[in-house]
Design a protein around this ligand. Structure first.
Ligand code: SAJ
Length: 406
């Protein structure tokens, strides 16, 4: 039996996937309300195919509880935030989950950490907890790091098809854990050592952050001289060895905007490109704000409360607002002590910010300048409703004539 600890964005789909592929799974989370929701037959966030997967896992007998189980394999999938000042990883949730596992696990159990961690965290934060508990790593407990790689918005598909990395001290244990993931994963599963696995995960997300920063910097250069950045990227990407990502209003979510800081925090003298890239991405909400002021001036709009941000999540077709560019933009606007902007996102029903609307028509009635912040399918299919409005499109999803871009 596998006990999956942490039933959030990664832990839940992983637990469901294993359960619906014949593995006996118990999911554990310290959040009682979350466990109660799952036990009431409801999922806790929206994701393509998640509800169907949930039903199939329930049929296969998955259970959810607040209790850690006595079993031979644990998969820990809890958040790993970073300290905003030191830029270093904050492994407190991982450490506390490990401590709780050690209270119940039998000798010889395997402890798999799925949470993204910076290189060296397993050595610095996890091994000492086990040793302090008087246990011998490799005998009393086996350590594995199996970082997740799935993309929100397409998690279920990617869980099935992505390649994976498994880092283990002992290759035989790595192979055993590989078999558990191979119950559902059709991709290639590479078994390696723990530090290599830690590093590859952070490097993948850093590569994407740097590439997005490059696209964002190109957008600024092109804006300076009235060039079309989208056309330029499109043509460049026709070259067989060029693949530039898209500029946007900023980088959000809990991965691309967080993981590269782990490297900066640990190697400050060696991470100039990464540091500058993160700064460029972080500067984009302010860049969009300046663009809003420019367009207001050009169009004679004097009242900021006639400006609406269309989209609040960190990217398209997810209901996750963590580190979202819209929230970052509102934060830098507050610093300017300006009047609040209006906000609407068809995927967010909960009130998260001031001046947030729950209805598109009401939102459009109250604004003259609409700033598209996210390219949800629902926003794209309602583009006609923006006719007659001034539109600033930060995601290049609107083809109405006269639309401004970043
Ligand atoms: N973004 C751009 N331009 C682009 C692509 C993305 O501005 O061309 C923005 C998005 O709008 C969003 C942010 O970047 O605000 C991050 O979105 P994302 O789709 O690039 O990535 P995440 O954070 O949803 O998921 C990433 C994935 N990593 C990689 O693709 C290397 C995913 O596979 C990881 O599992 C996930 O991080 C994670 O959990 O680490």
């Amino acid at each position: 039996m596998i006990n999956v600890i942490g039933l959030g964005y990664i832990g839940l789909p992983t637990a469901l996937m294993m359960a619906s592929h014949g593995v006996e799974v118990v999911g554990t989370d310290y959040n009682q309300q979350l466990v109660a929701t799952l036990n009431a037959g409801k999922t806790t966030f929206k994701e393509n195919g998640l509800d169907e997967l949930f039903q199939s896992a329930l049929r296969a007998g998955i259970r959810f509880t607040n209790q850690y189980q006595v079993t031979d394999t644990y998969i820990v999938s809890v958040p790993t935030p970073y300290d905003k000042f030191s830029k270093k990883i904050d492994a407190c949730y991982v450490s506390s989950a490990v401590r709780d596992v050690l209270k119940v696990c039998p000798k010889g159990a395997t402890l798999v950490i799925e949470s993204t961690v910076s290189p060296g965290t397993m050595d610095k934060a996890v091994r000492p907890i086990i040793e302090e508990a008087g246990l011998k790593i490799g005998e009393d407990i086996h350590l594995v790091h199996a970082p997740e790689r799935i993309i929100p918005g397409n998690m279920v598909f990617e869980l099935l098809h992505n390649n994976r990395t498994i880092g283990a001290d002992d290759p035989a244990i790595g192979e055993k854990v590989k078999q558990a993931y191979a119950s559902f994963c059709q991709g290639k599963i590479v078994v390696t050592d723990i530090q290599t696995a830690e590093m590859t995960k952070v490097v993948e997300n850093t590569f994407r952050a740097v590439n997005i920063a490059f696209a964002n910097e190109l957008a600024k250069i092109c804006r300076h001289d009235g060039m079309d950045v989208y056309k330029i990227i499109e043509i460049c990407n026709l070259h067989p060895r060029v693949n530039i990502l898209q500029p946007g209003p900023g980088v959000g979510g809990h991965c691309i905007s967080v993981d590269p800081w782990f490297l900066v925090g640990d190697y400050p003298a060696l991470t100039k490109v990464i540091w500058e890239s993160m700064k460029v991405n972080d500067s984009m909400p302010e860049f969009v704000l300046e663009r809003i002021y420019e367009i207001m001036k050009e169009k004679g709009i004097t009242d900021l409360s006639r400006v609406g941000l269309y989209g609040l999540t960190y990217k398209e077709n997810v209901d996750d607002v963590r580190e979202s560019p819209t929230l970052q933009l509102l934060e830098c606007q507050e610093k300017h002590l300006a009047e609040p902007l209006k906000v609407y996102d068809p995927l967010i029903k909960k009130e998260i910010v001031k001046h947030q609307y729950q209805n598109l028509d009401a939102f459009l009635q109250d604004v003259d300048l609409v700033v598209i912040m996210v390219g949800h399918d629902e926003i794209k299919s309602n583009m006609d409703k923006l006719k007659g409005k001034i539109v600033l499109d930060t995601r290049k999803v609107c083809d109405l004539p006269g639309t401004y871009t970043i």
